[in-house]
Ligand binder design. Structure first.
Ligand code: IMP
Ligand code: MG
Length: 178
């Protein structure tokens, strides 16, 4: 697929992404020093961010993943969330960090946040690389944000367009989303 054909425009380059990842890692390294941490990445979009983030962490941490369905192959949320793949770790007494690449309506996160909270951890916080705050429908406490962004449909660095383009090293937006 040609980027030009799809009217993709570069939105964040890899240096800007690296800086956002590093600044989140710095905060986490300070806030969670000496604590038992379980990182819970949300598949599939968070894989690239998670892979880059963990390599900047100087923490004793476990890495877990969940897969939730809410969007299917559509570009807007269907509103219902189900668990397709759950975490294996016992989070009781541990500090949980949910790792997301982007938050839109907040529905997916709210579901996961409530679910993990009820599993008896010491704490749960949300980490997101990108935050479309203007699109929020459900209120979720997002403590760590790499970059606030405009209401735009983005692809690359883990973000997909109908399951493609996750491999692009930079983030692009669609000039003509429809
Ligand atoms: P929410 O439940 O509406 O907050 O949706 C969150 C999930 O939808 C994210 O974790 C992404 O997987 C996906 N998503 C939201 N916005 C975008 C986007 O601009 N591009 C690609 N995926 C997105
Ligand atoms: Mg996601």
């Amino acid at each position: 697929m040609s980027l030009e054909d799809k009217n993709f425009t570069k939105y964040l380059n890899r240096h800007e992404l690296d800086a956002a990842v590093q600044s989140i890692a710095n905060r986490l390294n300070t806030d969670y020093a000496g604590k038992e941490v379980v990182l819970v990445g949300v598949l599939k979009g968070a894989i690239i961010f998670m892979a880059d983030l963990v390599r900047h962490l100087k923490l004793d941490c476990e890495v877990e993943f969940v897969r939730l369905s809410s969007y299917g192959r559509s570009r807007t949320s269907s509103g219902t969330v189900t668990v397709i793949k759950d975490i294996q770790a016992d989070v009781r007494g541990k500090h949980v960090l949910i790792i997301e690449e982007i938050i839109d309506s907040g529905r997916t996160l709210k579901f996961l946040y409530d679910r993990l909270k009820s599993a008896g951890p010491e704490s749960v916080e949300i980490v997101t690389l990108l935050d479309k705050a203007a699109k929020r429908i459900v209120d979720v406490p997002v403590k760590y944000v790499g970059r606030p962004i405009e209401d735009q449909f983005l692809i690359g660095y883990g973000l997909d367009l109908e399951e493609r383009c996750r491999n692009l090293p930079d983030v692009y937006y669609l000039k003509y989303p429809n």
